[in-house]
Design a protein. Sequence first.
Length: 556
Amino acid sequence: MQIIKNVFARLLQYISISCIICTLLSASGYSQNIQEGSVPKLVKQGISTQLIVKGKPFLMLAGELGNSNASSLDYLKLLWPKLSKMNLNTVLAPVYWEFIEPTEGKFDFALVDGLIEQARNNQMHLVLLWFGSWKNSMSCYTPLWVKKNQSRFPRIKTKAGITREILSPFSEENLKADIRAFSALMKHIKDIDEKENTVLMVQVENEIGLKPDARDYSTLAEKVYQNEVPAEVIKLLKTKRESLNPALRKLWEDAGAKESGSWAEVLGTGLYAEDMFMAWYYARYINKVAEAGKAIYPLPMYVNAELNRPERKPGEYSSGAPLPHSMDIWKHATPSIDIMSPDIYDPDFIGWTQKYDQPGNPLFIPEATLNPQTAVNAIYAIAQHKALGFSPFAIENADSTCSALMAGSYQLLNQLKDLILSKQNENIMAAALLDKDNPRKQAKIGKYMFEFAHDYTFKWSAGAKKTGPWPVTGGMVIQIAPDEFYVVGNGIIVTFSPAQANGELVGIGYVEEGKLINGRWIPGRRLNGDEDHQGQHVRIVESGIDIQRVKLYNYQ
Ligand code: DGJ
């Protein structure tokens, strides 16, 4: 009996010590990181922001499905082998309001369940795209009971008084209906995925913004337009004046930097002022949708933007969209949105990545053109801008060339991701995208300067004799030891020099081709002679995405 008592007392002691440890750990926030089913979250670590999934940083090597491909589970089922072959770890897939709430207040999550189940069966994560009130400015994904009840769910009107199939962001009833559906979706995801974390993030609506006019002319909108500009907007203009985007600041100052008045009085009457007006009210609407969803299940949430071109005016591009010139307005209006993302179909990939990689706005590219250049764009975004992820659009349509290039790019990024993510606050990476107009780029890592050059700058390259534009090529250099680097990419030549002139020169010790398997370097041929230009450069030819390892040394 005494023995049993002793064992029991020991057990109690052990349980209470464990409880104290658990309490201390959870108070310190530590247990959150190691818990199996903790909610995916964005965490700012030094100068980078990372997506933390089950306590570990996660890099989204992704692709977005074509719009209609998640509307039939039989159709969807056929796509996964191709996505897996391209080495994706994440798929961006739509959730359609018309499907989840076909009858008002009655929810049907069969498609969402099927999507999640198929993703899990294929070891894939998901980012869900909420096709709710708006999809590319239109409201085509609203259920029929919304579409048919115009008086309850008001639409925007053009300047000419024509109604369009676009819900007005000025209607409380529209907002209420969207919030209810989105909240039901988030509750469902929480119920079925809180432990697994298949779903990593949610995009709220899709490419918001108004066309063809720069603003809504419905009665509801007109009233708000004539009203006083909200105090929060005035506060933003006043307190952030010095750092405001120059376009917004100019609008305000040209109109007399007023501290009260209607929208036309405070920002002027032009199209760009109307763009800011729409930006504020779209953003407020989206924020309320996101806020309601996060209150139920706080996944990271973002919005995506159709990008403008300099020659296009508001209304020709989506007026009110989260574009660089209206980012201040958007940021101020959307504390519940974590990221504003660019959909990059424009050839100026370098320019747009720069514009969206801003303090407080980590880069995530949910859509990008799918062409042979896309594979190096992925490397560039991740190495140059610490992007959280990259996702070409309609990835399932990749032809054999693009599939092979994407597979190569994602395979290598997948092998390198632990190194990339563990050292994002150290300067161990440099990247370049090169073409005929920008054939060279220099970057410094540690004690070395690297010059990236387009393969066609090398006179023995087959492409050097080609006339016309050069294909975009590029890649990255990543440090693995003080004098050792991987060079990854295609169509690039990399040369080396000292970062500081100290009388020393830099030579190539050796270069190897090889493979990364489970993070380990398996060397292939030693590349010397013609392959490294007799010890003078590292060259990855244009045929595919490849990796080489180089050891440098110094001499006088
Ligand atoms: C951008 C949209 O966000 C996508 O849903 C799709 O419509 C593409 N454009 C088509 O290029």
